[in-house]
Design a protein around this ligand. Structure first.
Ligand code: SF4
Length: 460
């Protein structure tokens, strides 16, 4: 059985979502090729001879790119069985099936892929129409195998860690868990995992990291939706990791609520090589945070900023900066808070231009106020469209996005990009109304030095 696993985009990482199932399928005797279209071209000859072509869809951008590649693959090989798996596959089931995808696997997908390969292996010819036997979403507790990264491009071709003006570190990527025990309304994890998470066995995570270190990794990104969903699991891994590789650094994503609840663990994170923590703050407006059901307030975020300074860890906050409930005054207050908290060097500039995405299955759609503002599902954008009640806010979003992208293309410093965004936001504002949010100029406040960051600035 010839299997091709394809990733179209995974945030600049070497995809765990290819390496993990590759190990499962190879162990079962399948011939597996991994293709990462983020860093390599479509392998026409390999695809032409494939029995199964499976696309890994962990995020919105990956799904949109895959939707343009699937027709090409069908043309190259009309007889291959097409599968889509990963977080965004079940959410977009109807659309993907309309493209000719026969099998859709969400949640814990490795066993489903294995069963699919076994089933296809028993067939003499393709069945039309195909009736999928594997569950659309599986939350089974799987026993993982060590991911097989041998057919993936080398780590040097992926995003790197920038730790100073001229210091780069090669980055590896793994996952110690999938899913999340929380139910934030805007989050794409929730429609699939429904408040549950599943762990990857610690010995598998450690062996995966060992192999990546052997392949040149100097830093590891833990891609878990929330690294402290299972604190004992996470802490055992980082403790063992630091014992084996004292010079290895890492980063992880942890929600504000967990950072406060588990504040006692922060020194351990720092002492085991954690360089920074990404945290999805989303907004500094408590009304918007309540709509998202984030279970933290702006004041709690500020408490975490202070805590991190005290402990000596860097924070990488992320935001949904444009929502239907964001006013110009609120956007200016957000920018002013970033400056007042001395976080300009911590915030990736694209975070000033993130617009709320409402994908299929979003829990936001349960709110009547959201039902009233969205249009019909847009199959091109793979989301429910919305427009702001104030057209000026939609214009501001477009202006900010273009300005940030242009500035990033020129490698402008984060301070200069913040100033450009501030002046755009300020332009439509009558001076008398925004006295509370007066930016005092670049000489105001203490400017902190650059914090470590990954070279891939996109988070969706
Ligand atoms: S936003 Fe973060 S904490 Fe909330 S459900 Fe999603 S992964 Fe969990």
């Amino acid at each position: 059985m010839q299997c091709v696993l394809i990733s179209t985009y995974d945030g600049g990482h070497q995809p765990f979502g290819l390496a993990s199932p590759a190990a499962w399928l190879q162990a079962a005797g399948a011939d597996v090729a991994c293709v990462d279209l983020a860093v390599e071209a479509l392998p026409h000859a390999t695809l032409a001879g494939a029995d199964l072509v499976a696309f890994y869809l962990p995020m919105h951008t990956a799904t949109r790119i895959a939707s343009s590649i699937i027709p090409q693959v069908r043309q190259l090989n009309p007889h291959a069985h097409l599968c889509c798996y990963g977080l965004y596959a079940p959410m977009n089931e109807a659309f993907l099936r309309s493209l000719g995808v026969a099998t859709i696997l969400g949640g814990e997908f490795e066993q489903g892929l294995l069963d699919l390969v076994a089933e296809l292996g028993t067939l003499r010819q393709p069945i039309e129409p195909w009736a999928q036997r594997q569950p659309l979403v599986s939350l089974d507790r799987q026993t993982f195998l060590v991911p097989d990264r041998s057919t993936l491009p080398p780590l040097a071709r992926y995003a790197w860690l920038q730790t100073g003006a001229n210091t780069k570190r090669t980055v590896g990527y793994t996952e110690a868990s999938r899913g999340c025990k929380h139910l934030c309304r805007h989050c794409p994890v929730v429609p699939v995992y429904q408040g549950r998470f599943r762990i990857v066995q610690p010995e598998v995570v450690l062996a995966d990291i060992q192999r990546q270190v052997a392949a040149g990794a100097q830093h590891i990104t833990f891609g878990d939706p929330d690294f402290l969903n299972g604190p004992r699991h996470a802490l055992a891994i980082i403790t063992a990791l630091h014992e084996q590789f004292p010079d290895l650094t890492y980063d992880a994503t942890i929600k504000i609520e967990h950072l406060l609840k588990h504040r006692a663990y922060l020194p351990l994170l720092r002492n085991t090589g954690c360089l920074f923590v990404t945290t999805a703050v989303e907004a500094l407006d408590d009304t918007i945070l309540a709509i998202f059901d984030k279970r933290h307030t702006a004041a709690e975020f500020k408490a975490v900023v202070a805590l991190f300074r005290q402990v000596g860890l860097a924070l990488n906050p992320t935001f949904v900066s444009f929502t239907p409930w964001t006013s110009r005054q609120g956007y200016l207050a957000f920018l002013a808070a970033i400056q007042e908290l001395e976080l300009i060097e911590n915030v990736a500039p694209i975070q000033y231009a993130i617009r709320l995405l409402i994908p299929a299955g979003s829990k936001l759609l349960e709110l009547s106020q959201v039902q009233q503002l969205v249009g019909m599902f847009d199959e091109t954008a793979l989301s429910y469209p919305w427009v702001h009640a104030d057209p000026e806010m939609d214009r501001l979003y477009t202006d900010v996005r273009q300005a940030v992208q242009a500035a990033q293309a020129q490698h402008a410093p984060r301070q200069a990009i913040w100033e450009r965004v501030w002046s755009l936001a300020k332009a439509g504002q009558a001076p008398a109304r925004d006295e509370r949010h007066t930016y005092a100029g670049t000489t105001a406040g203490v400017r902190r030095g650059p914090i470590p960051y990954l070279s891939e600035p996109w988070y969706c």
